[in-house]
Design a binder for this molecule. Structure first.
Ligand SMILES: NC(=O)CC(=O)C(=O)O
Length: 332
């Protein structure tokens, strides 16, 4: 028999530790830990069972954004991602997140060749194994997905048991034309997803968007209305739109909706589609908490989601919206 013990340490408003809704001070926390150990020993001896301690996410957690080099070799891209997931584990991360197209070059001519089935394809299976081996949650950036004769730009999310807990398909396709600068038409090869995707890790509620999706404030607002606290956008802005809008859009979505926003870019390549880099974490006040350069790196950030409550209580815009005049409603 295996017993999974889930410990959720959180810090309450008064700065005291809370374990399972019992407020305890540091001394009591120590006594409680000893009590837990004693209890586990009794369980092991009496019932001859094995015990797995699983780290759970409370109000505070450490996220690692993996800003990685991506080349033409899919296996190498995936191996590199797995090796960085291991490094992030050593750096104390509880959740890791990858960029848009972490396993393939970003471009309409590549999607068909690199597309895989979800969750049976090799990139997904590597993420599943890595999540299990490291006991981490993985927000698996995106890969080109093949399903029902169509291609999608898809993000998969994995729990520490290696199970896929959610899958999001990019809803707004990146079709733009800035003459002389950049023309891109994802809809030449991809189909759009039609669903919001939310999931809980411990007590924290996440919503997912992909890159161009961050330009659509309606999507972020719907996530906020569904009580999300953290929005994660695997992305790959470029050398034209990156300097103009990457930081601005994330600060806007965070501030509009009083949520944390995490956006993960590939590292900047020297040819092909050149990603802007600068993966970023923004807090519910719109302040940039952490920002990467443009080369390969792990960007860590310690997030305390109770800051969403502070922002929402102190500036209660969602209770003040004039929905009698305008609205953004979830159409389902
Ligand atoms: N790559 C994207 O989906 C979006 C982008 O680069 C932009 O909006 O700019």
């Amino acid at each position: 028999m295996t017993i999974v013990v889930i410990l959720i340490p959180t810090v309450g408003k008064n700065g005291k530790y809370k374990v399972n809704h019992v407020n305890v001070n540091l001394l009591n926390d120590f006594v409680l830990t000893l009590f837990n150990i004693l209890l586990l020993k009794i369980l092991i001896n009496v019932f001859k069972c094995s015990v797995t301690i699983q780290t759970m996410i409370g109000n505070r957690f450490r996220i690692a954004l993996l800003q990685l080099n991506v080349g033409a070799d899919r296996s190498k891209n995936v191996e590199n991602a797995v090796s960085y997931i291991n490094k992030a584990k050593s750096g104390g991360a509880q959740i890791v997140a990858l960029s848009e197209c972490f396993n393939s070059p970003y471009g309409t001519k590549f999607f068909n060749d690199y597309a895989e089935n979800v969750p049976d394809g090799p990139s997904c299976q590597a993420l599943s194994k890595a999540a299990k081996a490291t006991n981490l949650y993985i927000i698996g950036g995106t890969i080109p997905e093949r399903a029902d004769g169509k291609l999608y730009n898809t993000c998969t999310i994995w729990n520490p048991q290696g199970q896929m807990i959610a899958k999001y398909r990019k809803m707004h396709l990146f079709d733009i034309d800035i003459p002389g600068r950049i023309t891109f038409k994802e809809s030449d090869s991809l189909s759009a997803g039609n669903e919001l995707v939310m999931f809980n890790i411990g007590t924290v509620k996440f919503g997912i968007g992909i890159c161009y999706d961050m330009r659509f404030e309606e999507l972020a607002k719907l996530y906020r209305q569904q009580q999300c606290q953290v929005l994660v956008y695997p992305g790959a802005f470029n050398m034209t739109t990156g300097p103009m809008h990457w930081e601005l859009l994330q600060r806007s979505r965070a501030n509009d909706n009083q949520v944390f926003v995490c956006a993960i870019s590939p590292a900047r390549a020297d040819r092909g589609y050149i990603a802007w880099g600068h993966s970023q974490v923004t807090d519910p006040w719109g302040k940039v908490l952490a920002k990467a350069g443009h080369e390969e790196e792990i960007l860590y950030s310690d997030i305390n989601v109770s800051e969403c409550d502070d922002a929402r209580q102190q500036i209660p815009i969602f209770a003040q919206r004039r929905v009698d005049i305008y609205n953004t409603v979830l159409n389902k």
